[in-house]
Design a binder for this molecule. Structure first.
Ligand SMILES: [Zn+2]
Length: 236
């Protein structure tokens, strides 16, 4: 398994690690290291991009995935030289992109907080898409008079931004998580992302430290289809 260092620190942009494998699969060439700061695409959040470098080689990372064995696959291409197994290398991510991704992801969770504080508890968060282009959260349940809710939700979420709510994370065992109705990978511990004062949410993404770091949010559109309400948002 690759150690997922990004879970502990959203803002860590470089890290030394060791090459443990290199392989080719349907997605192309992949480098595997013992620990990583690269976020693998998943949970509605895009992967990080950046570089892996040794003294004589440079590899450009263009997409990242986590496989079923818990290994992080860094897909990309060599720009110069090649690595050898066991070699010490340095990882560096594009921190500006990472922070945008973290702000967009945290905004999606803050939308859940806004929805629950507006007495819309019949809307249950089901799926989030937190890419910078066109992010949204889907809720199971129908929001009646949807267009009347755009302004109240927007006002509420921006109030929560201004309240500077602390965002933290902690782990729960699979059983503890199940008791609290929090999602966890089958048989594994849950990582809970917690906005102070609101229900925690099972999530493996990267988040900013507090709601004010997200900045102003606009609610773009609310769509209701087949019992699902989709609320699209954007950062300003
Ligand atoms: Zn999340």
């Amino acid at each position: 398994m690759t150690k997922l260092i990004y879970l502990n620190d959203t803002y860590l942009s470089t890290l030394n690690a060791t090459i443990i494998n290199e392989l080719n699969d349907a997605n192309g060439l992949a480098i595997i290291v013992d620990r990583t700061i690269f976020y693998p695409q998943g949970g509605g959040q895009p992967s990080d991009v950046g570089f892996i470098k040794s003294e004589s080689a440079t590899y450009k990372v263009s997409s990242v995935r986590l496989n079923d064995s818990g290994l992080v696959l860094h897909y990309g291409e060599y720009i110069e030289g090649t690595f050898t197994m066991g070699q010490q290398i340095n990882l560096s991510i594009d921190l500006d992109k990472r922070i945008v991704n973290a702000r967009v992801h945290s905004a999606g969770h803050l939308l859940d907080c806004a929805v629950s504080s507006l007495d819309l508890a019949h809307l249950k968060p089901s799926k989030g898409f937190h890419f910078p282009e066109g992010p949204y959260v889907e809720y199971e349940g129908v929001l009646e008079n949807k267009n009347d809710w755009i302004n109240p939700i927007q006002e509420k979420i921006n109030d929560l931004v201004k309240e500077n709510i602390q965002i933290s994370n902690y782990s729960l065992s699979f059983e503890e998580a199940a008791q609290k109705n929090i999602w966890a990978p089958a048989g594994k511990s849950a990582r809970v992302v917690d906005f102070e004062g609101f229900d925690g949410c099972g999530c493996g993404g990267t988040h900013v430290l507090n709601s004010s770091e997200i900045g102003e949010i606009s609610i773009r559109k609310i769509k209701v289809k087949k019992g699902v309400t989709r609320i699209a948002y954007a950062l300003k």
